[in-house]
Design a protein around this ligand. Structure first.
Ligand SMILES: C[S@@+](CC[C@H](N)C(=O)[O-])C[C@H]1O[C@@H](n2cnc3c(N)ncnc32)[C@H](O)[C@@H]1O
Length: 238
């Protein structure tokens, strides 16, 4: 993030976010094989089907490596993943998939550039949700589609984080690293103003949908994923 960009964001919020990002980076580096979007994960396969990407795709908050929902799809002409945790040269390159270190609040693209913009469990990590949605709208083409994987769980936060990890990791259930990862998470500090050790806030679907409506995104499809307490949802930019 440039100094100018940083200056436009509330300093306390930025400090909180930076600490959360540090927590996230530690877990990503220590347990890369446990992270989101590994190919075997059933929920990620369903998300990929739900997205049905084609043409140009921007994935905001893609993580530090290429997520599986962008891979093996010959209908995609170009996919760009952006994430503040990307370090150059650390991922396997693919001529159709490019990763950039950036944030959703300042998308480094021209207006009307993408057929799809997607957020897979990343929207509740951003610093300024409304700025990010406005940026999303700006870079989407007319009739372009914004896709979100949003949490929709009313359980208390710690219980939720634990249950979610267990649900998501079913395919590698016997891996002892899951317990080590859990212990590491529990030893981490929740920065002041944050919702937990990774998230600035939790935005449930109802609240999120109101936000999108207020910015004139039109909802076109929704899939409730009861087993992972999430919602997959598509909005069109008219
Ligand atoms: C739970 S991970 C999801 C990663 C990936 N989408 C996946 O499904 O595997 C959330 C990601 O959001 C990223 N993130 C945090 N703040 C962001 C921001 N302001 N703009 C874009 N991405 C952000 C984090 O660095 C993290 O990699």
């Amino acid at each position: 993030m440039s100094t100018d960009e940083k200056n436009n964001i509330n300093q306390n919020l930025l400090n909180t976010w930076q600490k959360l990002q540090n927590n996230g980076e530690i877990v990503y580096n220590k347990f890369p094989h446990l992270n989101c979007s590994v190919k075997a994960r059933h929920d990620v396969k369903i998300f990929k089907e739900f997205c049905s990407f084609s043409g140009s795709v921007l994935d905001v908050g893609c993580g530090p490596s290429v997520p599986s929902y962008l891979q093996d799809n010959n209908k995609i002409s170009i996919a760009v993943g952006i994430d503040p945790l990307i370090s150059f040269g650390k991922y396997e390159s693919d001529e159709k998939i490019i990763l950039l270190r950036s944030i959703g609040e300042h998308l480094p693209f021209q207006d009307n550039s993408f057929d799809f913009v997607c957020f897979a469990t990343s929207f509740d990590h951003v610093i300024e949700p409304i700025t990010v949605l406005n940026e999303t709208k700006r870079v989407l083409k007319k009739n372009g589609v914004a896709i979100f994987w949003i949490d929709d769980d009313k359980l208390n936060l710690i219980k939720r984080a634990l249950r979610k990890t267990r649900r998501m990791m079913k395919h590698i259930e016997n891996d002892p690293a899951i317990d080590s990862q859990e212990m590491l998470k529990q030893s981490m500090e929740v920065p002041s103003g944050a919702a937990d050790v990774f998230h600035v806030r939790h935005i449930h679907f109802k609240e999120f949908n109101e936000l999108c409506k207020s910015l004139k995104f039109k909802k076109i499809e929704k899939l409730k994923m009861e087993n992972i307490k999430s919602v997959f949802v598509k909005y069109i930019k008219e």
